[in-house]
Design a protein. Structure first.
Length: 390
């Protein structure tokens, strides 16, 4: 198994099943709040490349989840209106196309409520994990499969769920959304597979559900959570990755990214700020060398011209030790411009201490994945105003 993709799964596992205890006085609350959920999906491919239009079919998929509705044991659970967290297993025959085969995926997920009615709840579910596809591209034996270049892939799901409580332990669910499989361009081709589905299912509590804790009695703050005091953060992140260009240039290239983020809290849920970064993508040099060979002219003089400085708007969504980073950026310079000036980054952070954290981020241009970076970061917090408590 690819070590880097395994690391993604392990970090998400640490978040979704971290210790739920806190230092609130009084008798301990039960921790068992688990559910089994079964969904049946029916949908079709959402093809976004001409080469994939031959894969046109309607087909079923199936999903089984072990999940835990939160009830306020941690502060972030109450702040986000008691989301559901869990792990799901997804299976589909992908329309019985011989070139695509079947897919089995396992991914942690979190479901954020969009309203406060716990008996009739609308929520947004986000899941990220791993998928195994039985077939992949091969230039001789499976040359029609331009969707996926590797067996092991990342899996992502975005769903809008409606939950109707039908008894104290049973809930009906109806949903619609998108499931995506891709390897983040660690192996090309990597057009990816998108499945748009509608689904229905049933959820069952294994034990009697815990009562919700009133938001007026929030648990004490954990070390990593925002305490509603005015402060800003500076963080430095160093990441490394590789970019597969075997189809265009015949090999894989090294990528290094050094970033600094300056963040201000905008609520107890998140921070907003500015990012500055410098990227060295060795594949840019490979593309330019190829163009020079074809055109017979010199396009750059020094390796430093390959560096891509950039700036971005950053939003960090905080959930205790774990947080998600969303960035929209602009390359300020760089000799190779075929990817375009605008870029997007979606990242995941896990704090080992108040200052030290691990970071995983996918960088894309125009929605097309370029590489996944794995790194380490350090954060400094500076208070400039302390709210007085009365």
């Amino acid at each position: 198994m690819n070590f880097y993709k395994l690391s993604i799964y392990l970090l998400f596992f640490l978040f979704f099943f971290q210790n739920k205890s806190f230092g609130q006085p009084g008798p301990p609350l039960p921790i068992d709040n688990y559910q089994i959920e079964l969904r049946t999906h029916y949908g079709f491919f959402l093809n976004h490349h001409f080469e994939l239009e031959r894969f046109n079919a309607n087909f079923p998929s199936f999903e089984l989840a072990l999940q835990r509705p939160t009830f306020g044991r941690q502060r972030w659970e109450s702040l986000y209106d008691y989301p559901i967290i869990g792990v799901s297993v997804f299976y589909s025959d992908l329309g019985n196309f011989e070139e695509l085969g079947q897919v089995v995926a396992a991914y942690p997920f979190i479901s954020f409520p969009l309203n406060q009615n716990v008996d009739n709840r609308l929520s947004f579910r986000l899941g990220v994990g791993l998928a195994w596809l039985t077939e992949r591209y091969d230039p001789i034996e499976n040359y029609k499969n331009f969707a996926i270049g590797s067996h092991l892939n990342a899996a992502g799901s975005l769903y809008l769920d409606y939950r109707k409580k039908i008894s104290p332990r049973f809930t009906f669910i109806a949903s619609g959304g998108l499931t995506h499989f891709s390897n983040g361009s660690t192996k090309t081709p990597n057009f990816g597979i998108n499945i748009l589905t509608a689904s229905a299912g049933l959820t069952w509590y294994l034990n009697r559900p815990n009562p919700y804790l009133d938001k007026k009695f929030l648990p004490i703050l954990r070390l990593y959570e925002y305490d509603n005091k005015k402060r800003f953060s500076i963080e430095i992140i160093q990441s490394f990755g590789t970019r597969d260009m075997s189809q265009q240039l015949g090999k894989r290239y090294f990528v290094s990214n050094t970033a600094a983020n300056f963040l201000l809290p905008v609520s107890m849920k998140g921070k907003l700020g500015l990012g500055l970064e410098v990227t060295y993508d060795a594949s840019d040099k490979g593309v330019i060398d190829q163009r020079e060979l074809i055109e017979g002219i010199e396009l750059y003089e020094k390796n430093s011209e390959i560096l891509k400085p950039g700036t971005s708007i950053v939003y960090e969504m905080i959930l205790s030790k774990t947080s998600f980073l969303f960035q929209l950026g602009f390359h300020l310079a760089g000799a190779e411009k075929s990817d375009g000036y605008l870029y997007e980054k979606v990242g995941f952070k896990y704090h080992f201490t108040e200052n030290l954290f691990a970071n995983i981020a996918l960088t894309a241009h125009g929605g097309r994945a370029d590489y996944i970076g794995y790194g380490i970061g350090y954060r400094w917090n500076y208070k400039f105003y302390l709210k007085k408590r009365r």
